[in-house]
Design a protein around this ligand. Structure first.
Ligand code: FE
Length: 232
């Protein structure tokens, strides 16, 4: 049988915010490969890139938690936890966090949270699959969960350390258009600046052409500089 990667792209995932703590440091990151392995007892698996700070915190701390992100989560929130490293930024200081049994739980933009004690870590190459037993779980709101496909539809691209990351070729860059008010796309994270909507949260009024945005403006999702944007 041939190897058609598109067959793998048909698989379904959710969008989760995985948290951990070790040695007095805590962090959280976006992950899509989170799933329940067994019901009785409830055991959960999360796949985390070995390069990520959260990876080491799970390994060293022996506990992890994950928040099920709401369908309504702002892209900027995913950007904070998906495109920035906890080695550089205290991400949890910028979110509403509650203390769990052993690790912090992100309750903002989450519809449920589960905390698990680490049982086993399986080497999967670029990632480690951590298997844990749920020690606590709580529904936070009645909203619908964000799916990986739903996230994809809104953003066009996964954080580069996601197991399913498909590389830059996946970016759907439109052919250049001569129109004055064309959208521009962040080459780092795939966020699209639409002049019609602007970026009001960062002082850019709706209707502002990309060319007219101040040079010190940065991507609201990943923090990349303005010159990292490509027309289209
Ligand atoms: Fe970006």
């Amino acid at each position: 049988m041939a190897m058609d990667a598109k067959a793998l792209w048909t698989m379904s995932y959710g969008m989760y915010l995985v948290t951990a703590r070790a040695g007095g440091r805590a962090n959280g990151q976006i992950a899509n490969a989170v799933f329940q392995v067994t019901a009785e007892p409830p055991r959960m698996a999360v796949a985390i890139n070995k390069d990520n700070f959260t990876h080491d915190l799970i390994r060293d701390g022996g506990w992890f938690a994950f928040s099920v992100l709401a369908e309504t989560v702002p892209m900027e929130f995913i950007g904070l936890f998906g495109f920035k490293s906890g080695r550089d930024v205290d991400k949890l200081a910028q979110a509403t966090v509650r203390e769990g049994l052993h690790v912090p739980l992100v309750v903002e933009h989450a519809i449920a949270v589960t905390e698990a004690r680490l049982l086993q870590a399986a080497d999967a190459g670029t990632h480690t699959v951590f298997i844990g037993e749920a020690a606590g779980a709580e529904v936070l709101s009645a909203g619908a969960p964000l799916t990986y496909a739903g996230y994809h539809a809104r953003k066009g691209k996964a954080p580069k350390n996601a197991p399913t990351y498909r590389g830059e070729a996946e970016l759907q860059v439109q052919p250049p258009t001569p129109a004055a008010a064309s959208p521009w796309t962040c080459a780092a994270c795939g966020y699209t600046y639409d002049p019609e909507f602007g970026d009001p949260a960062n002082g850019i009024a709706p209707g502002t052409r990309f060319e007219d945005i101040p040079d010190d403006w940065v991507c609201p999702v990943c923090g990349a500089p303005k010159d990292a944007f490509l027309r289209g």
